[in-house]
Ligand binder design. Sequence first.
Ligand code: TYM
Length: 332
Amino acid sequence: MTDTTKKRVFSGVQPTGNFHIGNYLGATKNWVADQHNYDNVFCIVDLHAITLPQDPAELYRKSREVALIYLACGLDLEHCAIFIQSHIPAHSELTWLLNCITPLGWLERMTQYKDKSAKQDSIGTGLIDYPVLMASDILLYDTDYVPVGADQKQHIELTRDVAQRFNHLYGDTFVIPQGTFPEAGARIMGLDVPTMKMSKSSDKGGHALNLLDPPKVLKKSIMRATTDSLNNIAFDLENQPGVTNLLTIYQTITGQDEESIINQFSGQGYGTLKKQVAEAVISTLEPVQKRYHEMADDPSYIDQLLKDGAERVRPIAENRLRVVQERLGLRK
Ligand code: TYM
């Protein structure tokens, strides 16, 4: 994360619930694959996590767990800075400044806000402001590309709108970032209910494939995944969402195209498909889990790494914040 001739990538994960294969296939796997081509900044977004109630000790633990998972998945500190969002106060400060130019109506339209707020009795202001904090994360680092899953599309659009509005009102200040979404794996569905996105907030067994689940648990969840009674192996999201989800997981992991996968499984039953998916998932995650457990033995390593990560990105964030403050007339 030192090469300024390269385009910048920024992305992040919330340290809540369990990091699952949707997070991996939709986001982290692609960060790892492309890390050599970009100047990368990867964040653990603990301030986003507290927009819903969290247990403090668990939040602290999860933040470090996510950082280790990033590394275990293959992020290389030669190419990436990894840090915790709350360690750089410029994120909160820029959020306030951008709040003041963001129409409330833009935030009320966000589908994630509508979904999340519908499940809460009492809604904190932070929940509706979530996308402005996300815009601040991205805009502070002059980000060119934001590799994320499909569920973040609307938030990236809002980020672009906020940046354009600021640039229009106060002069060119922010780079307008672009979201990038994988062709396959941008939306992995729950194994139990394949019409709903695989989600960190569900702790129901058989819903998600968690990155740190032991092989036995992964296999059990896949073998009991919901399919259908058509006995036909096809990518058909509308009529066969469960089978399509399993095929998509397989496709994203193996890198094969749809046609060769259909040829491979044609005439086979769902049991065979599930076994093959389980094998592919387990053999992908086993080395990740091994690296994770090796590093988890040394907690001081992770604290030092996060401290170094914050020091590497701090000047970039503070510099952009200073320009925004100047443009707004807060400082000379
Ligand atoms: P989060 O923590 O919900 O998810 C982390 C990443 O995983 C992707 N993802 C999925 N991809 C495919 N299938 C799924 N079922 C699935 N579920 C999640 C998400 O799209 C995301 O890329 N708001 C963000 C965190 C964030 C952020 C940012 C991201 C905060 N600031 C700045 C990018 C840039 C979120 O809640 O991700």
